[in-house]
Design a protein around this ligand. Sequence first.
Ligand SMILES: Nc1nc(=O)c2c([nH]1)NC[C@@H]1CN(c3ccc(C(=O)N[C@@H](CCC(=O)O)C(=O)O)cc3)C=[N+]21
Length: 306
Amino acid sequence: MTRTDDSRYLKGGPVAQRIIASVREDAAIATAEGFPPKLVSITVGDTAAVDVYVRNQRAKAALAGIGFEERRFAADITAGELEAAIHGLNADPRVTGIIIQRPVPAHIPIKTLQAAVHPLKDVEGMHPASIGNIVYNQLDLAPCTAAASVELLKETGLELKGLEVVVVGHSEIVGKPIAFLLMSEGATVTVCHHMTRSLAAHARRADALFVAVGKPRLIKADMVKPGAAVIDIGINSEIGPDGETRIVGDVDTDSVKEVASWITPVPGGVGPLTVAILLRNTMVALNRQRALYRATYGVPDQIAAE
Ligand SMILES: Nc1nc(=O)c2c([nH]1)NC[C@@H]1CN(c3ccc(C(=O)N[C@@H](CCC(=O)O)C(=O)O)cc3)C=[N+]21
C-alpha cells in the first residue's frame, strides 16, 4: 500500500482545510464589520527551527483572510526590550493576536515573555491565565500543537471517555496541555517522561499514544498495542539514505503502522493542523476582544429600548 492511500494514516491536511474554510468565513464577516483579524509573529535570533512554521502561518493566514506580520529581533536583544515590544502590540488595537515562536535565546526567560502577552491576545494559549483556563475545563483556546493532536485523535471516532491514553513527553507547550485536554474529555491519562522507568510497559497499554519528545524512532512496533491510535508530534530533521535532509517524527512509522489502526504521518499529520488551530484561536481571541468592546461601549439594552 502506498503511503498516501493507506487509510491508517490520520492526515492533518483535510481537517486543516475544513477549519481554515470556516475561519475564512468568520474573518470575512469580522472584516466587513470593521474588525479585521491580524496575527503578529515574533521570532528572536536564529530561526531555523521555526522557519517552516512561520512560512506556513503566513501562507495559511493569507488563505483565511487574516492579516499576518512577522517581527524579527536580533539574538542579542534584552528581555526588557522584547517585553516593551510586546506591550506595544498589546496596546495596538489593530493587532488581534501575538505568537512568540519558540525557542528564544537562552538569556531570555520565555515565561516572562509569555506572561507579557495580554491574555486576550494570547492566540497560542501559553499565558498562565490561558493555561489556567485549560485546567478549569475551558478548552476553546488551547496551545495549538496540543489542540491539533487531540483534534486528530477525535478524527478516529474513538470514544474519549474512559480511553486509556499515554502521553510521552511532558513539555509545557505540548505534553502537559494534551494531558489536561484529554482529562477534560474523560480519558484516563498517563504521562511518561525521561524519568519514567518502563516507557514500553506504559506505552503498550495505550489505546491512544501521543509522542512529543524529539527522538527519532523512539516508539517501535513492540511498544504499541495492536489497534491503537498513534499521534506523532515529533519534528526531527535527519539525513536520509539518499543524502537529503528529511523530517521524521518520534515514531518508527514503517513498523508501527503494521500494528496500529491509526497513525499520523510526519510531515502531513499534526503540523498542518497546528497552523489551522492557530488561525482558529485568532478568531476566538478576536471575538473575546469584540465582546469586551461591546460590554464597554455598547448601548445598554434599557437605553436602546427607549
Ligand atoms: N510558540 C511556538 N508554538 C509552536 O507551536 C511552535 C513553535 N513555537 N516553534 C516551532 C514549533 C514547530 N512547529 C511547527 C508547526 C507546524 C509545522 C508544519 O506545518 N509542518 C508541515 C510541514 C510542511 C512543509 O514542510 O512545508 C507538516 O508537518 O506537514 C511545522 C512546525 C510549531 N512549533
